[in-house]
Design a protein around this ligand. Structure first.
Ligand code: AOF
Ligand code: ZN
Length: 375
């Protein structure tokens, strides 16, 4: 199977148009069959990786566990760019000679060259680890497939592709950004059952109960930037902070404006995170996203208002939607995604991998923009 097919099927949220840039050489085989035992320990490594979510950008969230005689003897996760990678932390935490029967489980293919830190493949070989189980292949062109090949060439038994979908999904933003240079874009809003926009989900007490607002703050905690239009700042004066999530970083707050007329007294310009607010004047959404990607922003959460969401939809810049539907009908003119709209149903943005989660009386719908073939 060509490698790009593997990426398309195994990397949720990945943009197909960019796949062609990855050359088809040097890729290891992926053994889809994995034992229940391997999946059990990979799930533990994933639990470690999830501790890294929102902490590592522009690096991916990665976790690792070391297993001896069917028992986990050490764990590790990547704690931030420039710090030890997951497998290095895991091996350091063990601090004893690694026996030949030990297996290292890591959610992402080990890196193979020096970056901000030394190559993990070297650390694995130095520690004399003989068995490695990998979750997802690293789509970073610097490492993609090379880490696994290096280990195998050095005589290490490597199994790749265990829980690959889950391991890739937690890094859906990194996976897009590292290949295309563009951030992964999530469109989020709270809306009524008749498709009207209501105030930002976490600011509005009347559409979404506290549990849904907590959900939305968790999402903010995992993105690098939150983007809104100027009208939202003028009318809603949102804080765009992360509340109730321990150790969360404050994402960039990005405002798009035509006129440049923004109230200085708005929370985003006057609170203690004011240095995390940037304003783009008279720039297209596409240009802003490109610029953010160049600055190392891997993910952008568009929180409104309607005009901005509509522009993102018209320009097909959305990778994922997260919509909170409250049990109300508001009527009125404030449509959630106005814009030009699709000329017909066939040209609408279709979603795949759609999930529905009930949070109190609110339904949270998430889905990924379908990749359209360029026929
Ligand atoms: C791993 N384990 O925990 C992480 C990996 O600049 P560096 O040295 O931090 O390298 C960053 C790249 O290494 C990053 O783009 C990704 O491809 C890989 N991240 N790899 O084996 C980890 N964080
Ligand atoms: Zn590494």
């Amino acid at each position: 199977m060509p490698f790009y097919v593997l990426i398309r099927t195994r990397m949720p949220g990945y943009v197909a148009g960019s796949v062609a840039r990855i050359e088809e050489n040097n890729y290891p085989s992926i053994e889809a069959m994995s034992s229940q035992q391997d999946e059990k320990f990979m799930r533990m490594a994933l639990t470690e990786a999830k501790k890294a979510l929102g902490q590592t950008s522009p690096n991916p969230a990665v976790g690792a566990v070391l297993v001896i005689d069917d028992a986990i003897v050490s764990k590790g996760h990547h704690r931030g760019a420039g710090r030890d990678h997951a497998e290095v932390e895991c091996l350091r935490n063990f601090d004893l000679p690694v026996p030949a029967g030990a297996t290292l489980y890591v959610t992402l293919e080990p890196c193979s060259t020096q970056g901000r830190t030394a190559a993990c493949t070297d650390a694995i070989l130095q520690a004399r680890v003989r068995n490695v189980v990998v979750g997802a292949i690293d789509v970073n062109p610097r490492h993609c497939g090379k880490g696994i090949s290096q280990l195998r060439n050095a005589g290490v038994k490597v199994q790749a592709g265990v829980l690959a979908d889950d391991c890739a999904q937690i890094n859906e933003a990194f996976n897009k950004w590292i290949v295309t240079g563009h951030p992964f874009v999530i469109a989020k809003c709270g809306m009524s059952l008749d498709g009207r926009l209501v105030r930002p989900a976490e600011e509005s007490p009347w559409i979404t109960p506290r549990s849904a607002r907590r959900h939305a703050h968790q999402l903010r905690a995992h993105v690098d930037a939150i983007l809104v239009g100027a009208k939202t700042v003028r009318v809603d004066n949102p804080r765009l902070t992360v509340r109730g999530v321990p150790q969360a970083r404050q994402p960039w707050r990005v405002v798009l404006t035509r006129s440049g007329k923004l109230p200085e007294s708005a929370y985003i310009f006057s609170d203690r995170f004011s240095s995390r607010t940037v304003v783009y004047k008279n720039k297209s959404l596409g240009a802003v996203l490109k610029s953010l990607g160049e600055k190392g922003v891997t993910s952008v959460l568009i929180e409104g208002g309607g005009a901005t969401l509509g522009r993102a939809l018209d320009a097909r810049l959305i990778d994922k939607v997260q919509l909170y539907l409250g049990q109300i009908l508001t009527g009125g003119p404030i449509i959630a995604f106005p814009g030009r709209g699709a000329e017909n149903a066939a040209n609408s943005l279709r979603l795949r991998k759609v999930s529905y989660e009930q949070i109190g009386q609110t339904v949270c719908i998430t889905g990924y923009a379908e990749i359209r073939s360029s026929k």
